[in-house]
Design a protein around this ligand. Structure first.
Ligand SMILES: NC(=O)c1ccc[n+]([C@@H]2O[C@H](COP(=O)([O-])OP(=O)(O)OC[C@H]3O[C@@H](n4cnc5c(N)ncnc54)[C@H](O)[C@@H]3O)[C@@H](O)[C@H]2O)c1
Ligand SMILES: [Zn+2]
Length: 403
């Protein structure tokens, strides 16, 4: 546990039924022109109409950039930043998942400087916020709407790298569960497990502290209790809103604490093989937490008390039994959501093992947060474990090489 800690929060967060309706109050008379960042999937899902209508009613001009790439690399992000510079907008409104929000954050701290994204990678602290951001997440999710991080792939390193700068903390956040109504189950599941990983990793991190624990515990409770309904039932708006709130809380926990070995070992899987962020974390979450069990017994038992409804039964259980039950419940959820669980689903075999281990062990910023040290042999064993048999979730081969 850290001796000193701090809490950083976005300027204002709006949630609940009809939260999108707040866009007008926030912007009317205050902003002249909004650059709306989004991607094709979000646009095709029809999710831009309501934010655009609100901005129109507020008398704010708009320019829409619709082709943000999924899980961008640093050069792709730079391309979007340059297009943003032409817009002369005085607010950025990001409607989308982590991919869209992360690029919006980079644009907001490079707009009044000649800084490039590559320069930020070298020197993240140089960025200064000059354009406010409004984040409207459509996945639940990365929690990017709460964090000071932006994650980009660096092609020559075949890794994903987090750019961290407090100036990137968003100004306005809108958490409206109705945006998740038609989120495909596959995406809802993997992004939801990403949020679960954020909560569990932050709670068991060497950087955990009273501030992060408050948010991580409540995020975990909401996720364990809502993720299945939110993924499986398009009409479960309350469960979806709870997942959005949970993903946001888990993002707050990331800023106060930090993720650990799940995210560290997952970075090369995204950077080199383009496995979606949520999927690679879902593959690693259980193996890493089982590995961590001997060092995180107390934390697992505490989380178990928080997330399950065992009531008086729990009084009779030992710390170890609680940890076992927590991990069993985690496994049940991951299986039920049918997320690919093996690297062989993506055509990645043992010939890649050495490169993976080397790249994973390089993510020291996050590995240092893990309670139990991960040696070369440990990393090798963990990657081998997720290379095993193809997952039960994928039966039609569509997972191969997908992005
Ligand atoms: N900044 C942070 O703190 C942070 C934390 C974790 C992850 N990330 C990064 O976020 C990125 C991943 O973001 P993500 O998991 O949200 O996925 P994403 O933003 O890449 O979106 C995945 C797909 O879902 C589609 N989509 C999104 N919302 C939809 C909706 N409501 N209905 C239909 N389709 C929808 C998108 O069009 C896209 O094709 C990665 O680059 C990851 O590294 C950032
Ligand atoms: Zn994540």
């Amino acid at each position: 546990m850290l001796d000193q800690y701090s809490l950083s929060l976005p300027g204002a967060v709006y949630s609940g039924k009809g939260a999108l309706g707040r866009i007008r109050d926030i912007t009317e008379g205050k902003y002249r022109k909004a650059a709306v960042f989004t991607d094709k999937g979000v646009e095709q899902a029809g999710l831009l109409a309501r934010p655009m209508e609100q901005l129109r009613e507020a008398g704010v001009d708009t320019v829409v950039i619709t082709d943000l790439p999924a899980e961008p690399n640093c050069d792709e992000a730079q391309g979007i930043v340059e297009r943003f510079l032409q817009t002369e907008a005085d607010i950025i409104v990001a409607v989308g998942g982590g991919s869209v929000m992360d690029v919006a954050k980079l644009a907001s701290i490079t707009a009044d400087t000649s800084l490039t994204v590559r320069e930020l990678l070298e020197n993240p602290g140089l960025g200064r916020k000059s354009v406010p951001t409004m984040m409207i997440p459509t996945t639940a999710g990365t929690g990017s709407e709460a964090t000071m991080n932006s994650i980009v792939a660096v092609p020559e390193k075949q890794l994903k790298v987090g750019i961290v700068n407090r100036e990137m903390i968003p100004d306005f956040v809108i958490l409206d569960g109705s945006l998740l109504k038609n989120l495909p189950k596959k995406i809802a599941a993997s992004t939801g497990i990403d949020a679960m990983a954020h909560a569990v990793e932050c709670f068991t991190s060497n950087k955990a502290n009273p501030f992060s624990n408050l948010f991580a515990k409540e995020a975990a409770r909401l996720i364990f209790q809502n993720i299945e309904a939110a993924c499986e039932d398009p009409d479960a708006e309350e469960a979806k809103t709870n997942m959005l709130i949970a993903a946001f809380y888990a993002g707050v926990a990331i800023s106060a604490s930090g993720t650990t070995a799940v995210h560290a070992l997952s970075y090369p899987l995204g950077g080199k093989y383009h496995i979606p962020h949520g999927v690679s974390n879902a593959m690693l979450l259980l193996p890493v937490m089982r590995f961590n069990q001997s060092a995180c017994g107390k934390e697992f038992a505490e989380l178990f008390d928080e997330v399950t409804k065992e009531g008086s039964q729990a009084l009779k259980m030992t710390e170890e039994e609680k940890g076992e039950k927590l991990l069993a419940r985690m496994e049940e959820i991951i299986r039920r959501l049918e997320i690919p669980s093996s690297l062989s689903d993506f055509g990645i075999g043992a010939e890649e093992l050495e490169d993976l281990v080397k790249a994973g062990l390089d993510v020291k910023r996050l590995l240092n947060n893990n309670k139990k040290e991960i040696t070369y042999e440990d990393a090798r064993r963990l990657y081998l474990e997720i290379m095993k048999e193809p997952s039960q979730g994928i039966t039609d081969g569509k997972g191969k090489g997908e992005k």
